[in-house]
Design a protein around this ligand. Structure first.
Ligand SMILES: NC(=O)OP(=O)(O)O
Length: 318
């Protein structure tokens, strides 16, 4: 078997609400075991990862450190820093898990840029939750002090929200292909990729955080992957999530998923982009002739079972 799987790891799955930052290593190692297992079974694997909690914390640290002295670094640089942060952790942990299985330590993280449109309406409407969870009082105080925008989060509490334009192209695509061709597990498009625009052949970074689910779907479609696995901190996609009668979904066709998105079942900045990214992937792959290509959404700990279609929500064409 030589099938390509894109595994998208949520930043929230690494740094969970209520957990200390040091728990990231434990969560990264769980992901690394799942990736190594896929490699052992003969899959080629591209790993993407979120950075929502980490980039927000980094921006807050930079703000606090720079108050009254130097300019804080811009958001594109902060996204690149989180690619290094989580890319390093994943690269080391996946390499260790491969070695333990007697496989070569062939794993490499690529600092990745994605092209976005400067006139994307997302720049006028911040929607991507980043950073820690605040109480209402804390959020109001920080909003006054910094000018940042905060919104109530479906998981409870308040989080900073920033613009999140749609990615149109992965700049380092050829590098990803070259490493895959050389037998590497490739870690790419971390934090959705650093958002850049092009003018006169020059790339410039922008103040935004791209959604890693949309970037993962784009990368998976462009690489003609067999499956897109989106791993997060909940075991299924749910109807009426957080309400008394919430119902887990084991299987969804792309058209059923589109109907539920239109009904507003999945919150923006949370499950919404995951389901939409999954639908875009299976529809594009089906159009290209891969009718057994699928996407799945579930919990990080269940990764191996999700890859076999035994856990999580599977999204298929139709
Ligand atoms: N960039 C991004 O989508 O991160 P999360 O998955 O952590 O929200």
């Amino acid at each position: 078997m030589d099938r390509l799987v894109v595994v998208a790891l949520g930043g929230n799955a690494f740094a969970r609400k209520g957990e200390r930052l040091s728990s990231q290593w434990r969560n990264v190692r769980i992901a690394a075991e799942a990736v190594a297992e896929l490699v052992e079974r003969g899959y080629r694997v591209v790993v993407t990862h979120g950075n929502g909690p980490q980039v927000g914390m980094l921006l807050e640290w930079m703000y606090k450190a720079s108050r009254g002295s130097s300019e804080p670094l811009s958001m594109d640089v902060a996204v690149a820093m989180t690619q290094g942060w989580l890319g390093y952790m994943l690269q080391q942990a996946i390499g260790n898990a491969l070695k333990e299985r007697g496989l070569p330590r062939r794993v490499a993280a690529i600092v990745t840029q994605v092209l976005v449109r400067r006139d994307d309406p997302a720049f006028r409407e911040p929607s991507k939750p980043i950073g820690p969870y605040y109480t209402r009082d804390e959020a109001e105080r920080l909003a006054v002090e910094t000018g940042w925008v905060f919104k109530q989060d479906p998981r409870g509490g308040y989080r900073r929200v920033v613009p999140s334009p749609r990615p149109a192209m992965v700049v380092e695509l050829e590098a990803v292909k070259a490493l895959l061709g050389a037998g590497y597990v490739v870690i790419a498009a971390g934090g959705g990729g650093v958002p850049v625009v092009q003018s006169n052949n020059w790339l410039h970074g922008l103040e935004a955080v791209v959604d890693k689910d949309y970037a993962s779907s784009l990368l998976a479609r462009t690489l003609e992957a067999y499956a897109l696995l989106i791993l997060t901190d909940v075991p299924y996609v749910y109807i009426d999530y957080g309400k008394p009668g919430q119902k887990p979904l084991e299987k969804l066709t792309a058209s059923e998923a589109r109907r539920l998105i239109a009904e507003g079942q999945f919150p923006p900045g949370s499950m919404g982009p995951k389901v939409e990214a999954a639908v875009e992937f299976v529809e594009a792959r089906a159009r290209a002739g891969c009718t057994d290509c699928y996407a799945a959404i579930g919990r990080l700990e269940d990764a191996a079972l999700i890859a076999e279609g035994k856990k999580g929500t599977v999204i298929v064409p139709g």
